[in-house]
Design a protein around this ligand. Structure first.
Ligand code: CXF
Ligand code: ZN
Length: 372
């Protein structure tokens, strides 16, 4: 039996999202129907709208969903109707990366997250018989209801039953990426220096995680003073404006070099500029989206002679369930106060929420879709 839903449909660059009625397909064995309570907005949604990612349009986007399970497919054992859940990215579960619990590097990431349909090509969303792209990040959560999967749905532990779903919604993307980069991908050691370039959602999550890890100093670099102020409140020991000579100031602050640098900007000049400041055995972690034509020029003898590592990072090496629960526990203890980044918008105001994100006024807009 198809489910009727109300969804925000992405129409393309320069066009507003439109709220329309759509139909969701019957659940398959591994699928989960979730009534959405809230969904965060991320830059990747805008990248699809602006055609930097080829998910066909029109599409129902949204990939930071939180809600309540309404129904489950016949093979689902991890959650049941009535459970409070978070959604994250999807993965295939049977490739060399998924086999070693590294689903962010799933060999089949595209068909499971960006194809606009199920991995087998079938549509999850239609409108009057016409296909609309769905299954975005295995969820398409800018809607009253979403079809998700056993692999990308996480039951919220009972110990967090007092934390509202609308607050937890954005954990499954940028927050997980920044925190995971520090706690997992780079495995930051206590007492060691880190510099974080760009303090939007991902960079601020990295700042909070660096504090959890005990890094010192924690240096935040950004163009915007208001973001730097927030970084300081969340754990940065030093803030540096990217409008000045940031690399010179870092070199003065840590003459022995940076044990860790984390770039969220994707800007070639920033990445190449910080590379010489990496200490022996240091790690430069890259998470920023750069132009597809950008190549990096790094000095080989410095890379080799220093035993340095330059690593690409996707999703903070999250394994989804375990890591999201770890982050919820940090939050419950007051150590991961990501709610400082959030501003809530009614679902109907999705276009205003996007505008507030793009102008830099709001770090993490979250749409309120229905009452918990
Ligand atoms: C993703 C990239 C792949 C892993 C999860 C997060 N980014 C979304 O915006
Ligand atoms: Zn995202």
């Amino acid at each position: 039996m198809t489910t009727q839903a109300r969804a925000a449909i992405c129409q393309g660059p320069g066009k507003d999202f439109t709220l329309e009625h759509v139909q969701l397909d019957d659940l398959r064995g591994d699928e989960i129907l979730v009534r959405m309570v809230a969904s965060g907005i991320c830059h990747t949604d805008m990248a699809v709208r602006d055609r930097q990612l080829p998910t066909p349009l029109p599409a129902v986007l949204g990939h930071e969903g939180a809600g309540i399970v309404e129904a489950v497919g016949s093979n689902v054992t991890s959650v049941a109707a009535g459970d409070r859940v978070l959604m994250s990215f999807n993965s295939c579960g049977h490739c060399p990366s998924c086999d070693v619990s590294a689903p962010t590097y799933c060999y089949n990431f595209f068909p499971h997250n960006f194809a606009g349909a199920r991995a087998d090509g079938s549509a999850t969303i239609t409108q009057g018989g016409e296909t609309v792209s769905g299954n975005f990040f295995g969820q398409s959560s800018f809607a009253s209801h979403a079809i998700a999967h056993q692999r990308n749905v996480v039951k919220i532990p009972d110990s967090a039953s007092d934390i509202p779903l609308e607050r937890l919604a954005p954990i499954g993307c940028g927050l997980m990426t920044g925190a995971g980069a520090v706690l997992r991908s780079m495995d930051v050691r206590a007492g060691m220096p880190i510099a974080i370039f760009g303090v939007g959602t991902v960079g601020l999550a990295a700042v909070m995680a660096a504090k959890i890890a005990g890094a010192n100093p924690i240096i935040a670099v950004d163009m915007h003073d208001s973001r730097l102020d927030l970084a300081k409140e969340l754990g940065a020991t030093h803030t540096i404006s990217a409008r000045g000579d940031a690399m010179g100031q870092i070199a003065q602050l840590v003459p022995q070099g940076l044990a860790y640098a984390f770039d969220t900007t994707g800007v070639k000049k920033v990445i190449e500029g910080v590379f010489p400041l990496i200490a022996p055995k240091g790690i430069l972690g890259l998470v920023g989206a750069s132009a597809p034509t950008d190549d990096l020029v790094l000095n080989e003898s410095s890379l080799m002679g220093g035993g340095k590592r330059v690593i690409g990072i996707l999703g903070g090496d999250s394994d989804v369930g375990a890591f999201l629960c770890e982050l919820i526990a940090y939050h419950a203890r007051g150590e991961f106060p990501f709610d400082r980044l959030i501003r809530y918008f009614p679902f109907e105001k999705i276009n205003e929420a996007i505008e507030a994100s793009e102008s830099g006024e709001v770090v993490k807009p979250v749409l309120r879709i229905s009452a918990e």
